[in-house]
Design a protein around this ligand. Structure first.
Ligand code: FES
Ligand SMILES: [Fe+2]
Length: 397
């Protein structure tokens, strides 16, 4: 373990990269994109992909077909058919294979061509389509888009406490993924961005931030004036595991929950959040939560997309401090992150000591991306031990 800046005094040197490495790029030809492709990444909610369904997806600036075979197996394959490049997702799911709509070529989960109805049978043996390792865990579908053998799966430990796990609906957010990941590294913003209408009262005092980079990711400490320390975990390339209060519309139900946030890039300027929400309630308490959650979900749907309201706030169409929404925290976060710009210019920032965690993550990224750029070996990341878990750090409401 390496202990990085634990205290910090005053303004930190803004992270101005002198290199040509742009740490937030996601495309396949960029060092940033190559870094992201070293890891399993969540790409879809399991519950949204029913058997026999095939869908187009765009992940890290590349298009793919995703389908679920009739055995239940989810599979990612290249977007274009190798025959004449028709989109594969428009075809038919047959058993665990996908048949192209254009001329009926059929491919299995390994990418082998099983049938070409209008061709000589020997031709099929020469044809493959690229498929990508695909797994499911905690309600999400993950894929590995890198070269060579995929790393260990699952990529991080599951919650250790008993409870109920759910995955909220997923919507695209129009800004670069790293802005949202950095927001999740930023404990101080909670006291201001979420001052109104949430249930974040317990975390309004200013924390002193420090971090540790480990062989599996990063631990963030937020030390309060009381001496209490809140611990949050960050797994590469863009997962944050943290204990958070319930949304405004769920105040009092289920208590504080453990969440895993993933900011999966669609392209350089768009991302989607995949959330694993672990409510630590059982028995009667869980029944109460589930009842409250039904009402909450209905109210959230009626109130309209929190992210769209965040955009409305940026345009000056609503007064965000007087605004009410069951998912107000998401309205507030969306306004901050998208308001920075679709792809923010980090050279214009002035960072302080409270940005310690953000600075550390950027330094790690620059180190890794520079190694990729220069053809040197990158860090070997391990899976985090199951007994390192996030905590409240203080009494929850
Ligand atoms: S383009 Fe797919 S079978 Fe022809
Ligand atoms: Fe936030």
């Amino acid at each position: 373990m390496t202990v990085l800046d634990r205290a910090g005094t005053g303004e930190q040197q803004a992270f101005v990269s002198n290199s040509d490495i742009d740490i937030a790029r996601v495309g396949p030809g960029t060092p940033g994109g190559q870094f992201l492709r070293q890891f399993w990444v969540p790409i879809f909610r399991s519950e949204d992909l029913t058997k026999g369904l095939s869908m187009p997806i765009k992940i890290m600036d590349e298009n793919f077909a995703l389908y679920r075979g009739h055995s239940g197996k989810a599979q990612v394959m290249d977007y274009h058919c190798p025959h004449r490049r028709a989109p594969m997702h428009l075809g038919w799911v047959e058993e665990d294979a996908l048949r192209c709509m254009y001329h009926g070529w059929k491919f299995d989960c390994t990418g082998e061509c099983l049938e070409q109805p209008a061709e000589d049978p020997a031709f099929a043996k020469k044809i493959t389509i690229r498929t990508y390792p695909t797994e499911e865990y905690l309600g999400l579908i993950y894929a590995y888009f890198g070269d060579g053998k995929a790393p260990a799966f699952p990529p991080y430990p599951a919650p250790t406490e008993e409870g109920f796990t759910e995955n909220p609906p997923v919507n695209p957010l129009p800004c670069n993924y790293l802005q949202s990941f950095e927001n999740s590294l930023d404990e101080v913003h909670v006291a201001f961005a979420h001052r109104t209408g949430g249930s974040h009262e317990g975390i309004y005092d200013m924390p002193e931030i420090s971090i540790e980079e480990t062989d599996w990711g990063m631990i963030r400490y937020g030390k309060r004036a009381s001496g209490d320390v809140r611990i949050s975990l960050h797994y590469p390339p863009f997962t944050t595991r943290v204990i958070v209060p319930p949304m405004a519309g769920l105040a009092g139900a289920g208590g504080w929950r453990e969440i895993y946030l993933h900011f999966t890039p669609i392209d350089d300027e768009t991302q989607q959040w995949f959330v694993i929400n672990h409510v630590r309630a059982t028995g009667e308490e869980l029944d109460k939560y589930l009842a409250a959650n039904e009402i909450y979900k209905k109210r959230a749907e009626e109130a309209g997309s929190a992210q769209d309201w965040g955009m409305a706030a940026i345009r000056g169409e609503i007064r965000i401090h007087e605004f009410e929404h069951p998912e107000l925290v998401r309205v507030q976060d969306a306004a901050m992150m998208v308001g920075q710009g679709a792809y923010t210019d980090r050279t214009l920032e002035r960072l302080g000591r409270s940005d310690t965690a953000i600075i550390a993550w950027r330094k790690m990224l620059e180190r890794e991306l520079r190694a990729i750029n220069e053809g040197r070996p990158t860090k070997k990341w391990n899976v985090a031990p199951a007994d390192i878990v996030p905590n409240f750090g203080f009494q929850s409401k």
